[in-house]
Structures are given as structure tokens and as C-alpha cells.
Design a protein around this ligand. Structure first.
Ligand SMILES: [Zn+2]
Ligand SMILES: [Zn+2]
Length: 378
């Protein structure tokens, strides 16, 4: 996948100041924001692209790295969006969801020579009702936690890791290759800067042990498929006391038998009888809060949509509430008895032919058909 240049994405020049970048971002974010473009995958990708460019270009350190190395500067994350399962998640949050930081805290983490623990992902399936109302869930996650006897150091209680004598604690050594001096990870200590001569019995010097953790997660009301919730520091513990990674709870909402969700709006199809459609009336429709009444005006055609304001989903981001859109579909009556058939025949005859003014669609349709054949014979 070739990535577009961040400056190009935002439409600013290479020497644009922070204010110009912010302005450009605001404009594009309004244009592509998922709340406005719900469901359009291409626009959602654009939004992510814009957000990513913005986050890099407004962070002076990241911007400097980007100017120097281009996209390669951030490839250490494994290249994949989100950086799941990959080591140093320093830039992983760029792809995080808009509200991914609500549980956060861990901003501004700097990469140390110690490798941070891996990020974890937990897939959570929710019913539409659960996603709309939010819920508290307990999840069990097999992971690595800091070893308690050695307090994460990896050295047996009472002893301490010693400073590595090869690199003197720097974790890096200079190697000569022809004319060049190259910085390399210290081969003696593998970059940690220290040596454990008397390792802890429980973790064998790793500083962490495997454990299944039980965590409670608060799913905010209004989440949708693709949303992620970040639990800062709940990923795998790092080796030798290095900071833990993050845990991402990835939401996926199951199909609902009645409602189809599109952003904050809900859609449903409601069957109505032919006579209700013609004469008008009131019908009962389902909503997520129970039943509601919907007035059907006389002469409603099949496929007509009725909007019930505020009966949709409350956005987890903006708090705006969507609508329920009911599409009425006229049912053809079945299992008619003789009397009913008789009435319908009588009724049909009363309507006259295709040019009857009782039949608004037929009129236009047959006019169109006539014109079509007239044009053919010309
Ligand atoms: Zn060393
Ligand atoms: Zn230990």
C-alpha cells in the first residue's frame, strides 16, 4: 500500500505553520467526519488519512522524523494500521478511534531502550441494544503481567541487575564497518543496559509471568462496529520491568432481526394493508424503546419513508440523536374468500381503465410506455 504524502493529504505546503495545518485539518475533518459520512468506507478512510497526517504534522518531534525519513519513520510499528501485537506502539494511537482516549492517560509515552509490552486486541460482539445503551462487561484476557517476587526486574529478590559492562548501560554499542561507525544494540545485554547474574526463580529473569487477567470494561452507549476502546497499560507487561502495552477492545455489532443501523439512524420495514395505505390510519411500529404509533396519511404509496425524529441512536462522539426511518410496504392480501374476491372485483371495475385518476402511477407509466413505442416507430 503506497501512502500519500502527509502535506499533500492536508493540502498545505512543506513549511506550513501549525495554524495553517490546524485550519486545513478542521476543514477536512468537517468534510470527512464519520458522523456525517456514516457508512461510506472511502470517506472514512480519507478521514483516517487526514487525522493521521494532522497528528504527525502537529507533533514537532514526529514531524521532524517524517520530514527526514518519510513514512518509513513510523514503519517500525509493523506497518499495519493500529499496530496490534507489535512492539513499540508509540504511533499506534494515531489510528485510534476518536474516543479511544476516554480511558486513556498514557499519552506522551516516550520510547525507551526497553521494549514496551505488546498491545493486545479483544474482540467484543454486542447486540444492537447493547451497543445503543452501552454496558459494563467483564472480560478475561490471557496476557503477561509483571512478576511480583522480583517486582519486574527479573533479578532474584535481594539481588539487583548489574550495569552491562559491554555498553556501560547505554544498551547500544558502536561497531565499525569499513569507514562507517554504526550504532547497534548491545549483544551482551540485548539493549537493556543491564545484566542479571542471579535470575528470579519465578520468571527466570524475564520480569514477567503469564496470567489470565479479568478486567471490567465500560462500553459507552452508541458504539458501532469498528469502534475501539483503549485500556491504557492493560496490554502485555514488558520484559524486565518495561512499561506494559495497551489493550484494545474492538467492537462488532451483530445483525438485528428488525432494525438496520446506518450511523445514528435506524431503518425498518413495516407492512401496511392496502386499505390503510389508501384511506390513511394509525399503525404500531417497533422502536428500541418499545412500540410507538405512526400516522399514515391517506394515499400513501408503497416504499414511502416516515421519519420518527429522535428514535434512532445517540452518537457516542457528538451526543446527537439519530432518527428511526420506517419504510412502509403495502401487503397484497392472501387467502381471500369468495366474498372478498367479489368485493375486490367490484372495486377494480369501479376504478375504470388505466387512465383512471385513481391510479397515479399507472397514468404516468402507460404514458411513458406509449411514448417509448411512438419513439421506436419514428
Ligand atoms: Zn550492554
Ligand atoms: Zn521474577
Amino acid at each position: 500500500m503506497s501512502k500519500r504524502d502527509y502535506y499533500e493529504v492536508l493540502g498545505v505546503s512543506k513549511d506550513a505553520g501549525e495554524r495553517d495545518i490546524k485550519k486545513a485539518y478542521k476543514r477536512l475533518a468537517m468534510k470527512y467526519h464519520p458522523d456525517r459520512t456514516a457508512g461510506d468506507a472511502e470517506l472514512e478512510t480519507k478521514f483516517k488519512e487526514v487525522k493521521e497526517a494532522y497528528e504527525v504534522l502537529t507533533d514537532s518531534q514526529k514531524r521532524q522524523m517524517y520530514d527526514q525519513y518519510g513514512h518509513a519513520a513510523f514503519d517500525q510499528n509493523g506497518g499495519g494500521q493500529g499496530g496490534f501485537g507489535g512492539g513499540q506502539g508509540d504511533f499506534g494511537d494515531i489510528f485510534g478511534d476518536v474516543f479511544g482516549d476516554i480511558f486513556g492517560g498514557g499519552g506522551g509515552r516516550r520510547q525507551s531502550r526497553q521494549q514496551r509490552g505488546a498491545d493486545l486486541r479483544y474482540n467484543m460482539d454486542l447486540s444492537l441494544e447493547e451497543a445503543v445503551r452501552g454496558k459494563n462487561a467483564e472480560i478475561k484476557v490471557p496476557t503477561w503481567v509483571s512478576c511480583s517476587p522480583c517486582d519486574g526486574s527479573g533479578a532474584k529478590a535481594g539481588s539487583k541487575p548489574k550495569t552491562c559492562t559491554t555498553c556501560h548501560g547505554a544498551g547500544q554499542v558502536q561497531m565499525r564497518q569499513g569507514f562507517f561507525a554504526v550504532q547497534q544494540t548491545c549483544p551482551t545485554c540485548q539493549g537493556t543496559g543491564s545484566i542479571i547474574s542471579d535470575p528470579c526463580n519465578k520468571c527466570h529473569g524475564q520480569g514477567r509471568v503469564e496470567k489470565t487477567k479479568t478486567l471490567s470494561v465500560k462500553i459507552p452507549a452508541g458504539v458501532d462496529t469498528g469502534d475501539r476502546i483503549r485500556l491504557s497499560g492493560e496490554g502485555e507487561a514488558g520484559m524486565h520491568g518495561a512499561p506494559a502495552g495497551d489493550l484494545y477492545v474492538q467492537v462488532s455489532v451483530r445483525e438485528h432481526p428488525i432494525f438496520v443501523r446506518d450511523g445514528n439512524n435506524l431503518y425498518c420495514e413495516v407492512p401496511i394493508s392496502f386499505s390503510t395505505a389508501a384511506l390513511g390510519g394509525e399503525i404500531e411500529v417497533p422502536t428500541l424503546d418499545g412500540r410507538a404509533n405512526l400516522k399514515i396519511p391517506a394515499e400513501s404509496q408503497t416504499g414511502k419513508m416516515f421519519r420518527m425524529r429522535g428514535k434512532g441512536v445517540k452518537s457516542v462522539r457528538s451526543g446527537a440523536v439519530g432518527d428511526l426511518i420506517c419504510k412502509v410496504v403495502i401487503e397484497t392480501p392472501v387467502n381471500l374468500n369468495d366474498r372478498q374476491k367479489e368485493l375486490l372485483k367490484e372495486f377494480e371495475e369501479s376504478m375504470g381503465g388505466e387512465n383512471s385518476n385513481n391510479r397515479p402511477k399507472a397514468q404516468g407509466f402507460f404514458d411513458g410506455v406509449k411514448k417509448f413505442f411512438d419513439d421506436l416507430t419514428k
